[in-house]
Write a protein of this length. Structure first.
Length: 332
């Protein structure tokens, strides 16, 4: 039997749930709104021009998005952070004259902590790191969804394509990018109580750092994997093979998961109310490579990065991962 939410709850909790519901359903809301607008014939010329502009002219996803600061500052995002609640732990100051690549771990199911930290001011990022202008990067396919693309770009989101990364990193001091390094593959390992990272084969962001002389900042979110219950498929099963095929073709996958609902605590698409502690570690300063980085340079920097991720885990696991069922693992 599902456990239903009480009818009488403090308005603050209702606002927190509404804030998370808004983000979780953003794609659906934007898509339905777009198709609703298409039902008005007198809007068709505008709709056609908008679609042509998206397909042929708009380069904003590769140019850092179209940040709207008041939307990032919206009070709703403070309620979003309070829902779990989320807390940002800062290990070191960041020099605003430099550029940074934040590597976020783990992916989780929907990367709630990455959105709250880098795409909003729900955790007061700009006050904690003055002069640093983060851009949360996501799949290019997300910018093919009408209206939703504009919504996420207004939060400073941009494409994770190479040219987009380099554009932001070369746009002046402080301009930085945040990448959820594990990607779709890591979402299939987002079991509560665990922290399995897809990191060994991830060299793209390491190369970006060397080519552009950007410092690396490992970021570990304790509790991200606890927000949903993941139903794992056997690696030999047809379900898992279908998930891998979808990842290869579309760039994303579809983990089978369960959270909670708006009015019940047992089933739905909303995340569970579990605390998330986001530790932004000490920067690893990187000297710009002369020419193309060598394999040795890439492997050396990757090792430094992985070692720092492991050190963050060791420093905080007994405080923020008390209910863990295993230690952090680098699985691939």
């Amino acid at each position: 039997m599902p456990i239903f939410a009480p009818l009488r709850l403090p308005i603050k909790r209702r606002l927190q749930t509404g804030a998370v519901l808004l983000w979780v359903s953003a794609i659906a809301i934007c898509t339905m709104t777009f198709f609703y607008l298409c039902t008005f014939k007198y809007l068709w010329p505008l709709v056609i021009m908008y679609l042509l502009w998206i397909l042929m002219f708009d380069q904003a996803p590769e140019k850092g998005g179209r940040r709207v600061q008041w939307l990032r500052n919206w009070r709703t995002w403070t309620n979003f952070a309070g829902y779990f609640p989320m807390q940002l732990i800062k290990e070191a100051d960041l020099d605003p004259t430099k550029n940074y690549i934040f590597g976020y771990h783990p992916h989780g199911i929907i990367s709630m902590g990455a959105f709250c930290t880098f795409a909003t001011e729900g955790l007061n990022f700009s006050k904690r790191f003055p002069g640093i202008r983060p851009h949360l990067l996501t799949l290019s396919s997300n910018f093919n969804i009408p209206l939703y693309r504009d919504y996420i770009m207004a939060h400073g989101c941009a494409s994770v394509a190479k040219e987009s990364c380099e554009y932001v990193l070369n746009s002046g001091p402080g301009n930085s990018i945040a990448i959820v390094v594990g990607g779709a593959q890591e979402s299939l390992a987002a079991k509560p109580g665990t922290l399995d990272l897809t990191l060994k084969k991830r060299m793209g962001f390491i190369k970006l750092a060397l080519v552009n002389g950007a410092s690396l900042v490992p970021t570990v979110a304790f509790g991200e994997n606890d927000l949903y219950e993941l139903y794992s498929a056997n690696h030999k099963s047809k379900t898992y093979q279908l998930q891998q095929l979808l990842k290869r073709v579309a760039g994303f996958t579809a983990p089978i998961f369960n959270g909670r609902g708006v009015f019940n605590y047992e089933f739905g698409l909303l995340p569970r109310r579990k605390p998330v502690y986001i530790v932004i570690g000490k920067p690893i300063h990187v000297k710009k490579a002369e020419g193309s980085p060598t394999t040795e340079q890439l492997e050396e920097l990757q090792k430094k990065y992985i070692d720092e991720v492991l050190e963050i885990w060791e420093r905080y696991k007994d405080k923020y991962a008390v209910g863990r069922t295993q230690e952090l693992r680098i699985i691939e």
